[in-house]
Design a protein around this ligand. Structure first.
Ligand code: SF4
Length: 353
């Protein structure tokens, strides 16, 4: 066992996290759900979502039986919804091809939707207690600093180097404890800003710490200017206060979630109204809301909300199954896009009328 692993295991005995919900009864299914939720999300945010999700889908078979809309509803607010769709797809595949049992090998796991090499390694190490390596965001940060890895984040050469360090340090014994320990160190001590090096068991051998430039690692990828795309979101509100939502296509941003209809920023209200089978005579009032931006990884979406208040009941409009009327004050039993949550909350708190 390397010195790195030994020190971490010793440190974790008294300092590791032991009360996270997925650490209790760490079955492969529970570990898998937690690892997917923890991708790009902090543990403190994940805990309530994990509990609610596991309460509703306590077993893999129950998840596989659920509709996509329901799974997305239970993911709503956690973001990165592709993770939820992949989780359900993988559950279906496990029922069909693995008789409902989560496979115990990294290769078989990594062939399932939404499970990468690191998530597969975490499931094998934490749930099956077999030797497997992880390299999630926390572990990347620890290793980048400990070895002062020079390459930029995300570059193929850097990845190769980090995986090699991660594998070298993965012990053959106590791999579950080691895996939890290295993740815990990254989450609680070797944090992104102001790492607590004085409390770190690796400090005496950590290259970045000895150089005094911990904050320089991991070296960020060069920043690209994000392009801005503009769009109009039509908030169509009927005389009972219900708002028209449209199901988004199965691919692309906010895929399969419900959202106010999105159109190019030049689309006039009249064109939108007629496209859904209404006449402009049914409009009581319209106004334009304050523009705001939503950032995606590759671009920013500048959103211009257009509020259209209708007179009389217009439930006959927008009749296809990709539309539904939803009252902002009611619980949505389906997944909502981030922009839908924001705009519906504003209407509910009277911010738009
Ligand atoms: S010494 Fe500091 S920078 Fe190095 S691994 Fe520990 S916390 Fe991170």
């Amino acid at each position: 066992m390397t010195e790195f692993a030994k020190k971490l295991l010793h440190w974790a005995q008294h300092n590791g996290r032991k009360d996270l919900p997925w650490q209790q009864n760490p079955t492969a299914y529970r570990v898998w759900v937690s690892e997917v939720m923890l991708q790009q999300t902090q543990a403190s945010t994940v805990v309530p979502y994990f509990n609610r999700f596991l309460n509703r889908f306590p077993t893999l078979r129950q998840l596989a039986k659920a509709s996509e809309d329901e799974v997305l509803e239970y993911w709503s607010g956690l973001g990165y919804y592709r993770r939820a769709r992949h989780l359900r797809m993988a559950a279906l595949e496990i029922v069909e091809t693995h008789n409902g049992e989560v496979p115990a090998s990294v290769d078989a796991l990594a062939r399932l939707p939404g499970i990468g090499r690191s998530t597969a390694g975490a499931i094998v190490a934490l749930a099956f207690k077999r030797t497997a390596t992880i390299l999630d965001g926390n572990v990347r940060r620890v290793l980048s600093r400990f070895y002062a890895v020079k390459g930029e984040r995300g570059a193929a050469k850097t990845e190769k180097q980090l995986w090699s360090h991660a594998e070298d340090n993965t012990p053959a014994k106590q791999v579950d404890l080691y895996t939890q320990a290295v993740m815990d160190l990254g989450a609680t001590i070797c944090v992104r800003s102001n790492p607590k090096c004085s409390l770190c068991p690796l400090a005496s051998k950590c290259k970045a710490h000895r150089q005094g430039n911990e904050a320089d690692y991991p070296i960020p990828a060069p920043r690209r200017a994000l392009r801005v795309q503009r769009a109009r979101f039509f908030m169509l509100i009927d005389d009972r206060g219900a708002c028209l939502l449209q199901k988004r296509p199965p691919n692309g941003v906010w895929a399969s979630l419900w959202s106010p209809p999105q159109h190019p920023h030049t689309t006039p209200v009249s064109v939108f109204i007629e496209a859904i089978g209404l006449s402009t005579a049914s409009i009581a009032k319209t106004f334009t809301g304050k523009k705001f931006r939503h950032a995606f990884s590759h671009y920013q979406l500048e959103i211009e909300p257009i509020y259209v208040f209708l007179q009389g009941s217009c439930r006959g409009a927008a009749q296809d199954q990709n539309y539904r009327w939803h009252h902002p004050g009611e619980r949505a039993e389906f997944g909502l896009s981030a922009v839908a949550v924001k705009l519906l909350t504003e209407i509910d708190s009277d911010g738009a009328s």
